[in-house]
Ligand binder design. Structure first.
Ligand SMILES: Cc1cc2nc3c(=O)[nH]c(=O)nc-3n(C[C@H](O)[C@H](O)[C@H](O)COP(=O)(O)OP(=O)(O)OC[C@H]3O[C@@H](n4cnc5c(N)ncnc54)[C@H](O)[C@@H]3O)c2cc1C
Ligand code: SF4
Length: 513
């Protein structure tokens, strides 16, 4: 029998991976490698690098225990060439395979590379679908075809019906509605604390990886320690069960709440495990659904959680593959400002930004509303360059991979795609932040002031953004109250607001905000 080489990437750590269905244990070999090119194409958070390398090394042990032959190249292997192509070339010389099989890479950048392999190495390369996703690229393309605009809500309903999740025998939504979002916006209670989270024991493999990352990436933004991540499927499932039992019941109510020093609240922290394959999306949706049937969690929590995975996660992947590579070039507002230094931990007087960046630095995590309504909202209002903002999000979060980060940043947070992802920009003033968080209480700025020495920068920047982009936004039905409100203000007030915004933008340019 001819020998086949199975190339497995670092976010493909699933035993049910499509390429493994074709593995012949008598002849075939798996290639996995840690390469510098992948570890450095943006300045990844050290926790993210350690998490992925440790999970890869543990996955190899699991595969070997099941009788798979694995050729694994560590980052500090003397002969490591530093790139996928280089490692593939070396593996071809070692194993002389007749064929290469891979499950399609999740990112456009890597797929482009893979598509050259057959020509370069003169060996057939078979690329299989990634069946871990619940909507294939072709299926999404079909769904999107001939639609004037794409909207999550309709896609999500189709997915609920397809997988028969939270629907009755007639495919009608359980509890009478498809969406309980309106109930998921409770403000944080005073003194609210995040329930205790699991910290997984670090074995010798993880300790070795932590040592490697500390030595090789000393300059990267972010704290390597403490390191609490699950690095095996078994540990990730413990984490998932803990979420379902202890946190899911409150997930919906406090989904949008933000609290200082409490990075996690009731969020699942599962994205990083799902994204590298330790947990598959359908199993966690089923776990949540069971919790509803067993009356352990209310419908608003369960539906809200399932919508994020069965809906948003699949939807953003569909958008990514439909529009890449052009999608990354979008810049609807022609935003050009450089990323301020405080995104990398330098000083800022804006407490909300300081807090979210600090949580990011410590945990390589912040929850969705913090990403969208604090760092994302500020980037939108201040006109930061979308590509620079994208590089930041891709670098700093442990769950960040191009396919999911790009649509969320370019589309959802910055509206740089002009409305493909969302029907209006998520632009908000301090009113939203002060309602949904306790941040403003610790801030030198006043969230209720628009002009004056202590006025919160978000307020004047909000109006400045709306004014600057009036021609692009005034016909947007979802913003129909914005411009009448602006023009109802006295002209002097409007001028003052724009002057205040200008002053803050100048301070921002000088890294003094
Ligand atoms: C600017 C920006 C950048 C983002 N970058 C990433 C990224 O690089 N990787 C990433 O996985 N998510 C990203 N998100 C989406 C979301 O913020 C994270 O998935 C979520 O915060 C992860 O934390 P959690 O596991 O505790 O999520 P929970 O709040 O517990 O949600 C449950 C799950 O739903 C899924 N999910 C929720 N929202 C989204 C969404 N908008 N898109 C895709 N999946 C979603 C995730 O798998 C998540 O684990 C980004 C959002 C924004 C606004
Ligand atoms: S007052 Fe403004 S800058 Fe300060 S925390 Fe609130 S929203 Fe942020």
């Amino acid at each position: 029998m001819p020998k086949t080489l199975h190339f497995i990437f670092g976010d493909q750590l699933s035993l049910n991976l499509s390429s493994l269905h074709h593995f012949d244990k008598n002849h075939d070999v798996i290639l996995m490698c840690e390469v510098m090119k992948e570890a450095t194409y943006v300045l990844h958070h050290p926790k993210k690098i350690a998490f992925i390398f440790s999970a890869m090394r543990h996955f190899v042990l699991e595969l070997q225990g099941l009788g798979y032959e694995v050729d694994y190249v560590k980052l500090d292997d003397e002969k490591n060439s530093g790139s996928f192509e280089g490692e593939l070339q070396r593996a071809i010389s070692r194993h002389n395979p007749q064929k290469i099989i891979i499950t399609e890479p999740s990112e456009y950048r890597v797929l482009e590379e893979v598509l050259k392999w057959q020509e370069s190495y003169k060996i057939p390369v078979e690329i299989l679908d990634d069946e871990r996703f619940l909507c294939s690229k072709i299926e999404f393309r079909k769904w999107a075809k001939n639609k004037k605009e794409l909207r999550l809500e309709f896609f999500y309903r189709e997915m609920r019906k397809k997988y028969k999740i939270l629907v009755d025998a007639d495919l009608k939504p359980l509890a009478g509605r498809w969406n309980f979002d309106a109930e998921n916006r409770k403000t944080p209670k005073s003194g609210m604390k995040s329930p205790k989270r699991i910290s997984h024991k670090k074995d010798n493999i993880t300790l070795e990886v932590l040592d490697l990352v500390a030595k090789k990436f000393p300059q990267n933004f972010g704290d390597l320690l403490p390191f609490h991540f699950a690095v095996t499927r078994k540990e990730a499932l413990i984490e998932a069960q803990h979420f379902i039992d202890e946190l899911l019941p409150n997930f919906g109510d406090y989904q949008d709440a933000m609290v200082a020093d409490e990075a996690y609240l009731y969020h699942s922290l599962l994205s990083c495990y799902i994204n590298i394959g330790l947990i598959v999306p359908l199993e966690i949706c089923k776990m949540a659904e069971n919790s509803y049937h067993q009356k352990k969690a209310p419908i608003n929590a369960v539906e809200g959680f399932i919508r994020q995975i069965l809906g948003w996660r699949e939807y953003v992947r569909g958008v990514y593959w439909l529009y890449m590579p052009q999608y990354l070039e979008n810049n609807f507002f022609n935003a050009t400002r450089a990323l301020p230094e405080f995104y990398w931990g330098e000083k800022t007087a804006m407490f909300c930004l300081k807090e979210v960046v600090n949580q990011t630095k410590i945990h390589s995590y912040s929850h969705h509303i913090q990403r969208l309504m604090i760092t994302g909202n500020f980037a939108l209002l201040a006109g930061l360059n979308p590509k620079k903002v994208h590089e930041w999000y891709l670098a700093v979060y442990a769950d960040a991979f191009d396919w999911v980060e790009v649509p969320n940043t370019i589309g959802m947070a910055l509206h740089a795609d002009g409305g493909i992802m969302a029907s209006k920009p998520y632009a908000a003033s301090a009113k939203y932040i002060s309602k949904m968080s306790n941040f403003c209480k610790s801030c030198k700025f006043d969230p209720d002031e628009i002009i004056g020495e202590n006025a919160c920068p978000f307020n004047s920047l909000y109006w400045n953004f709306m004014k600057q982009n009036e021609s692009r936004l005034k016909s947007n039905q979802r913003l129909k109250f914005v411009y009448p409100t602006w023009y109802k203000m006295k002209e002097e007030k409007r001028e003052e607001i724009l002057k205040t915004a200008k002053k803050y933008l100048e301070k921002l340019e000088n890294n003094q905000l």
